[in-house]
Design a protein around this ligand. Structure first.
Ligand SMILES: NC(=O)C1=CN([C@@H]2O[C@H](COP(=O)(O)OP(=O)(O)OC[C@H]3O[C@@H](n4cnc5c(N)ncnc54)[C@H](O)[C@@H]3O)[C@@H](O)[C@H]2O)C=CC1
Ligand SMILES: N[C@@H](CC=O)C(=O)O
Ligand code: NA
Length: 436
């Protein structure tokens, strides 16, 4: 048989240890599919001598010198599952420039500075694959960068963070508290090393940037993405959504648009939103992810599966390893980055959205008129108003759902409502998506 393709594995945590396991369990099949065996040349870890349970690997392969391992002549492919910006960026640039193909799950790095990695890959004539970086096991990036290259994608909408979906699903189904649900998601290996990245929406925003870049053939970075996490979603919001026949999900929405000058643009946002319980994304529970792609000729496509966890993510990593190993043996490379469209990113204020707003107000004549006047001043049209006694005798709860309006006008409306005499408090503000 042909000589082995040798891998440097950087990181041996949740994902890395499952990569090692799968490489071991599937070795014969992988070799048959590639046409050469895969061998681990070394595994870079932070600490030697850590108890790694029954991991099927020779302890002599562990090293703390990641860069030294990457530079070794007997390393063909670098698999990075450490995460973070540095030192990962330096390692991967070094590997790619030296012509060593890279497989990475590092969405934070790709979204912050994917351009540097793509440029290094082009310079070194190496492959850069990152299927695991978005929506874990779900084959999504390769369909975007290969299968759909004959079509024009207009919109990508989805749930791309498993941890927050796990938390919101638990809050909705069992009334579980935020903290206990986050602890469980962390134990199950879904959360990032610092779970702030999940709950504050940074992880989903990074994925949104990667998706938008691939879908619209442009460069979108994490900084271009409007981001809101789920830390301000309360049990009252969840109950309020339920009362309206809705559920709350952390959505990623990337869409083409046109600005006032008629130029084509993209908008990319991540925020919690109410969606009708009948919407297909409402049924996506646990740590599952789902992504809708709307393309001109293909119409609607939906991708669904496990978006987080060691084994599902390792599945995507290994799929990429097989692809780059085959390319290497065939002496070919995947198509390089396609960013020719170079589209400007539209500010969030111009995004057209709808709001669901709950207010505690004084229960007396003229209040509704005063509140409605604020909406009118900002040219925000009200779709429905519901009033219920708030329990305090002199107060009432108003629940208002708007028609579509620019986000800046909606935000300004909420700001003015907060200052209104008759408004005791704005108890909940949520965007509404998907026809509720
Ligand atoms: N856990 C999941 O469900 C998913 C994770 N990812 C991504 O995969 C990557 C890895 O994630 P996890 O395995 O969950 O994280 P983890 O925190 O379990 O593993 C990372 C490992 O890298 C090691 N490490 C840190 N600095 C190092 C250094 N300088 N040299 C060598 N090793 C070092 C850590 O000790 C740790 O064992 C991240 O980029 C993450 O965003 C992507 C999809 C899903
Ligand atoms: N922390 C991430 C892991 C996968 O990307 C998530 O919860 O989705
Ligand atoms: Na994926």
């Amino acid at each position: 048989m042909t000589s082995p393709v040798r891998l440097a594995l950087l990181g041996c945590g949740t994902v890395g240890s499952d990569v090692v396991r799968l490489l071991h369990e599937q070795s014969a099949d992988l070799a048959a599919r590639i046409g050469a065996p895969l061998e681990i040349a070394g595994i870079a870890v932070r600490r030697l001598g850590r108890d790694r349970g029954d991991l099927p690997v020779d302890p002599a392969l562990f090293t703390t010198d990641a860069l030294g391992l990457i530079k070794r002549d007997d390393v063909d492919v670098v698999v990075e599952v450490v995460g973070g910006i540095e030192p990962a960026r330096g390692w991967l640039v070094e590997a790619l420039r030296a012509g060593k193909s890279v497989v990475t799950a590092n969405k934070a790095l790709l979204a912050e500075d994917g351009a540097t990695l793509h440029d290094a890959a082009a310079e070194g004539g190496a492959d850069l694959y990152y299927e695991a970086s978005v929506a874990g096991a779900i084959p999504l990036l390769r369909p975007l960068r290969e299968s759909l290259h004959g079509d024009r994608i207009n919109r990508v909408t989805g749930i791309v963070n498993g941890t927050t979906n796990f938390i919101l699903s638990a809050m909705d189904a069992t009334g579980a508290g935020f903290t206990e649900a986050l602890e469980e998601a962390t134990e199950l290996g879904y959360a990032e090393a610092d779970p702030t990245a999940d709950v504050e929406g940074f992880d989903a925003a990074a994925k949104a940037a990667i998706l938008a870049s691939l879908a619209f053939h442009t460069r979108v970075t994490a900084a271009d993405v409007h981001r809101e996490g789920i830390t301000e979603v309360t049990a009252a919001d969840v109950a309020s959504a339920k009362a309206m026949g809705c559920t709350i999900k952390l959505l990623c929405i990337a869409a083409r648009g046109t600005d006032a000058a008629g130029r084509e643009t993209v908008s990319v946002r991540v925020h919690p939103a109410m969606i009708p319980s009948t919407h297909p994304l409402a049924g996506v529970g646990d740590a599952f992810n789902a992504v809708f792609v709307e393309a001109e000729a293909a119409g609607q496509l939906m991708f669904y599966g496990r978006g987080a966890g060691g084994a599902p993510t390792a599945s995507a990593v290994l799929g990429d390893v097989v692809a780059v190993a085959r390319n290497r043996l065939a002496g070919v490379h995947a198509a390089s980055e396609s960013a020719y469209a170079d589209l400007p990113v539209r500010p969030m204020g111009e995004a057209l959205t709808r709001y669901h707003i709950s207010l505690d107000v004084a229960d007396r004549p003229g209040v509704l008129e005063g509140v409605a006047g604020v909406f009118a001043r900002h040219e925000v049209s009200i779709a429905t108003v519901r009033q219920a006694p708030a329990g305090g005798g002199s107060d009432a709860e108003l629940v208002i759902v708007t028609h579509v309006a620019p986000d800046a006008a909606l935000a300004a409306t909420v700001r003015e409502l907060r200052g209104l005499d008759v408004v005791r408090s704005v108890t909940s503000v949520l965007r509404v998506e998907g026809g509720a």
